[in-house]
Write a protein that binds this ligand. Structure first.
Ligand code: SF4
Length: 496
């Protein structure tokens, strides 16, 4: 006899919308649009639009195969559903607890990731510390990706050194073919009208600006976006992966994190497709390796860290960062900011709900880390303000990676950097009212001053960390450190 999972209705959350969340193409489906989810917190308007558009497009695509319920809460919807239900493990701890508390709902292992939980646990058992690089190499072997027999292709596992080129000089754009472009339809229009109405009625409040949809909402659209990326942009992806240009917010990035986190793309299939581009001579190994690393390495690693370190991981605060987020930052008020890099990046978040990983890490998160903003508040901000932000993505990325709040479980040292780093990796500093080498006075770069302030504040906590010896020695040599600290305290939470 078939088990429930093979015969029952599959409940798919709004980030489980691809065909790989079903056991077979004809499986009955349950989709629920819960308005309460948007009422609780101020999400970016574009994120609300994208998620609802994707959910309603899936409902339209499935037609009679799906029961689509639009209710205030999930529980309200579930009260009306009869018959056996199964669901793939949801992606947040809250949703996971909720589905497991519902009688008659079978919870299946998660889908939409490459390495499953058992494989990760088996790998983790053999490790002293959970280094991403070791996890990634293990995944390359298991999936036989970019391998020549037992050896990595061209004898190299890692092209990070080649993929950290600074921004090219004398241009403000890489000049690469644009990514896939969305065309809105009547479902998008209806979502927009509903969001307008809910806002008018006071049921929800958003941050950020609305605008034409920029990301795929169906598996077909996501496949088109993937093919365009593989054809036009992947060959340019590697070398400037970590660079920023003021006239090119997209650089050669894939922009596929949003559809992938909606469950519209299978990451392993994307990784094999990228490998084909290398094997077919269409893209260099450096570019393809950089992309594959993001999919089977970083993305999966972040997912498993979310579950592996337990429910309290999100509350870690090893550096005792207690400050709240200032209003100008929470409200995405880029016009209040004069620091050119931060102003531009915050404006991109306001207008698009997306920036690539380096502005996230080295401009936004770096600023928060330097000023001691509470990691849980920073996590919440990233979750709400980014179209690809979900609890599982942001907890490990912010707590572990960017705010060093887990005390080094994930990253061996804090990702704090001064203006010199931003100056090297971007073209922002040239026309900024501040100067990256100044740390006190009118021209003091907020990142440079903030860097020394961060080190000074946390010097005792960071003392035992071998990788911090050099920066801390630099701090000891600094003659004007008291002046820097007094200046930063005086400036407080004012927009820089
Ligand atoms: Fe950013 Fe400082 Fe450079 Fe201005 S000088 S763009 S604030 S890093």
């Amino acid at each position: 006899m078939n088990n429930v999972a093979e015969t029952g209705r599959r409940w798919c959350f709004a980030d489980q919308l691809g065909p790989h969340f079903l056991d077979h193409p004809d499986q009955p489906v349950l989709l629920i649009e819960s308005r309460a989810a948007f009422g609780r917190r101020r999400f970016h308007r574009r994120k609300a639009h994208l998620v609802l558009s994707a959910l309603r497009h899936r409902a339209a695509e499935l037609g009679d195969q799906a029961v689509f319920l639009q209710t205030r809460t999930y529980r309200e919807a579930l009260d009306t559903v009869t018959g056996p239900l199964s669901v793939c493990q949801p992606t947040s701890r809250a949703a996971d607890s909720f589905v497991r508390s519902m009688p008659g709902v079978e919870v299946l292992p998660a889908r939409g990731f490459c390495t499953d939980r058992a494989q990760f646990d088996e790998w983790a058992r053999g490790q002293r510390t959970l280094l991403l690089e070791n996890f990634y190499r293990d995944a390359r072997r298991r999936f036989d990706l970019l391998m020549d027999g037992d050896e990595p292709a061209q004898g190299r596992w890692n092209f990070d050194a080649d993929n950290r080129e600074p921004a090219p000089k004398n241009t403000d754009t890489l000049g690469i073919t644009a990514p896939w472009q969305a065309e809105e339809d009547e479902i998008d229009e209806q979502v927009r009208a509903d969001l307008d109405r809910w806002e008018r009625e006071g049921a929800v409040a958003f941050v950020g600006c609305d605008g034409p949809r920029e990301f795929p909402v169906t598996a077909t659209e996501a496949q088109s976006a993937l093919q365009i990326f593989l054809r036009d942009r992947l060959p340019h992806f590697g070398p400037h992966e970590d660079a920023m240009l003021s006239g090119d917010r997209l650089m050669a990035h894939s922009l596929l994190s949003a559809p992938m986190n909606l469950g519209l793309l299978d990451p392993l299939e994307c990784a094999y497709a990228a490998e084909d581009a290398y094997r077919g001579g269409h893209a260099s190994l450096g570019s393809v390796e950089g992309y594959v690393r993001q999919l089977i390495g970083w993305r999966d690693y972040i997912w498993h860290v979310y579950w592996h370190f337990g429910a309290d991981y999100r509350r870690r605060n090893a550096l005792q960062a207690q400050a709240g987020l200032p209003d100008w930052f929470s409200d995405l008020d880029a016009d209040a900011v004069q620091a050119r890099c931060l102003r531009d990046v915050l404006a991109q978040v306001r207008d698009h709900g997306w920036v690539h990983h380096i502005p996230r890490l080295m401009v936004l998160s770096n600023y928060a880390l330097q000023r001691g903003w509470h990691p849980a508040a920073v996590t919440d901000w990233f979750h709400r303000c980014f179209v690809d932000g979900y609890d599982w993505v942001m907890v490990a990325n912010v707590v572990g990676m960017s705010q060093h709040a887990d005390g080094g479980l994930m990253a061996t040292k804090p990702y704090a950097a001064g203006g010199a780093y931003i100056n090297r990796m971007s073209d922002y500093c040239g026309q900024c009212r501040y100067h990256p080498s100044e740390r006190v006075g009118e021209l003091a770069c907020p990142y440079t001053a903030g860097y020394w302030w961060f080190l000074h504040r946390n010097r005792r906590r960071l003392e035992g960390n071998r990788r911090m010896n050099q920066p801390l020695a630099g701090l000891r040599r600094l003659k004007d450190v008291d002046e820097v600290v007094a200046q930063q305290r005086r400036l407080g939470q004012a927009a820089p």
